[in-house]
Design a protein around this ligand. Structure first.
Ligand code: ATP
Ligand code: MG
Length: 181
């Protein structure tokens, strides 16, 4: 199973993102736009996960303690090399704390924390090739009035299973972990 851990978005955020996407989307732009059902904030990518590891994750993630906290979203951004257009998620102490607690919880299950700095984001679109990086970064700066997102209260995080497919991956929510002190 291909798994990752993430935070799902509040419905109001999804609605707002939908209007942003509509302003950016061009028919035939060749980009792979993520389906709205798949929008999320990744906390940790786990990759291939055995049944044993899955059971370990359920136990250890269930033991993570954290109060619900507010998540703020900023403007659009782009990872040039990866060819990803995204909405920037504000890196607050609470979000950092949750990400650290999650990666600490998964370590005994055989997952290694990434060395790269945590750069929380919501992926909107991916390019297919080299040329797309420029178009993605142009999109990130295109809107004359940058989108203003209302903050939302994160009340859970989720263990997702990813099913790769030709049109992009489809995610299924496998386990939900409610934030509660
Ligand atoms: P596709 O790989 O088909 O383009 P995807 O990236 O959405 O689709 P997955 O590769 O299964 O699907 O990734 C699931 C989530 O984990 C996504 O948020 C993705 O950005 C993130 N992710 C995937 N691989 C890594 C990685 N090596 N490091 C960090 N995050 C990753
Ligand atoms: Mg991927």
């Amino acid at each position: 199973m291909r798994m990752f851990i993430g935070i799902p978005l509040a419905e109001a955020v999804v609605e707002k993102l939908e209007t942003v996407r509509a302003r950016l989307y061009r028919r035939g732009d060749g980009l792979r736009w993520a389906a709205r059902e798949s929008w999320h904030i990744t906390l940790q990518f786990l990759g291939e996960t055995s049944a044993e590891q899955y059971a370990c994750l359920v136990t250890n993630l269930g033991a993570v303690r954290m109060e619900p906290f507010v998540i703020g979203l900023d403007g659009l951004g782009c990872f040039d090399r990866a060819g990803v257009l995204f909405v920037t998620v504000r890196l607050t102490p609470a979000l950092t704390a949750l990400q650290q607690r999650v990666t600490t919880a998964t370590e005994p299950c055989g997952f290694t924390p990434e060395k790269r700095a945590f750069a929380p984001h919501i992926t909107l679109a991916r390019g297919r090739g080299h040329d797309d990086a420029r178009r993605l970064s142009a999109l990130a700066t295109e809107l004359r009035r940058p989108p203003q997102f209302s903050p939302f209260l994160a009340e859970e995080f989720v263990l997702y299973q990813s099913f790769p497919g030709p049109g992009g991956s489809r995610y299924e929510r496998r386990e939900r972990f409610t934030l509660n002190a």
